[in-house]
Ligand binder design. Structure first.
Ligand SMILES: [Zn+2]
Length: 286
């Protein structure tokens, strides 16, 4: 982390260097924005086709065909969820948290896309509704639905606490993937990847830049809604941290289930076509 007592004295022009105006790394002006009106119109008359429950301190897997919607819904009490997504037909293509962050910022909301990894790099899902979009950024720089965290995992827990805990999101997602694909845990584990932290409220401290969390503002009835751009396999872990206001990687705090609702529209959104993989020819200069 950045030292609060630096070893080296600031140069004479330190203020001028710090005053350089930043530029956005990846301006997304060139990206065609999602036609939210068309997506939302497609919800008229949609049919709820499946409900899947992620039990507290456990994960559930689910499938969403391209052109369907899914919602992650808060039930019973404030709860954070860790989401993984794969191409249902080729699980080597999966959600790319880092590039999604680079394109859309540290926290995502309505109109943002969840992008897949290289070399595929296409939208896997589009966020079409977020009942927590009113939160914005709070006085600590915190916001909800981050793509800056990774997932709680038993390896970091062992490093920091010395103990073993088996219901971290990483383990929950590993079991869910193994069940979904009918494979052993050892085969499943490498497919688990950095998550979208659904409903989690996080940021970086202003002085040291450390990752922080605080109790989520989500309440039962809130939801985050997605449109599946390609056939998806998903896994959602109801984090053992519960509202993530104090601890995780333990059974110490209250935990609640999360509900996944999958909807089939009567017809796809007007003008929508499932996105093709990225067109870069993969020649890499040779
Ligand atoms: Zn977790």
């Amino acid at each position: 982390m950045k030292p609060t007592n630096p070893e080296f004295a600031a140069p004479a022009d330190a203020d001028a260097r710090r005053a350089v105006v930043p530029v956005i790394c990846y301006p997304v002006d060139g990206l065609a924005p999602p036609d939210l009106a068309a997506y939302r119109a497609a919800r008229d008359g949609w049919i709820l086709v499946e409900i899947v429950i992620a039990a507290p301190r456990d994960a559930a897997h689910f499938r969403v065909p391209a052109g369907h919607f899914f919602r992650i819904v808060s039930v019973d009490g404030p709860q954070v969820g860790d989401l993984n997504l794969w191409n249902a037909d080729d699980v080597a293509e999966r959600f790319f948290s880092g590039k999604t962050r680079a394109l859309h910022g540290t926290h995502v909301s309505t109109g943002d896309r969840l992008w897949s990894n290289l070399p595929h790099m296409r939208p896997m899902a589009t966020i079409t509704e977020d009942t927590l979009d009113w939160y914005g950024f709070d006085q600590y720089g915190g916001s909800v639905h981050d793509v800056i965290g990774t997932r709680c995992d038993p390896y970091t827990n062992r490093l920091l606490s010395g103990g073993d805990y088996h219901h971290c999101c990483h383990s929950n997602l590993t079991r869910a993937f193994a069940d979904a694909r009918g494979v052993a845990l050892a085969e499943a584990e490498p497919h688990v990847h950095d998550v979208l932290n659904v409903f989690m409220c996080t940021g970086f401290t202003r002085d040291t830049g450390q990752y922080f969390m605080k109790a989520t503002p989500v309440r039962p009835g809130d939801h985050l809604e997605f449109f599946a751009e390609i056939d998806l396999l998903g896994a959602l872990s109801a984090c053992p941290g519960g509202d993530c206001g104090s601890a995780h990687s333990s059974d110490a705090v209250a935990c609640h289930p999360l509900r996944i609702e999958i909807y089939r529209p009567k017809a796809p959104p007007a003008g929508w076509v499932s996105p093709a993989p990225n067109a870069y020819p993969r020649t890499h200069g040779r």
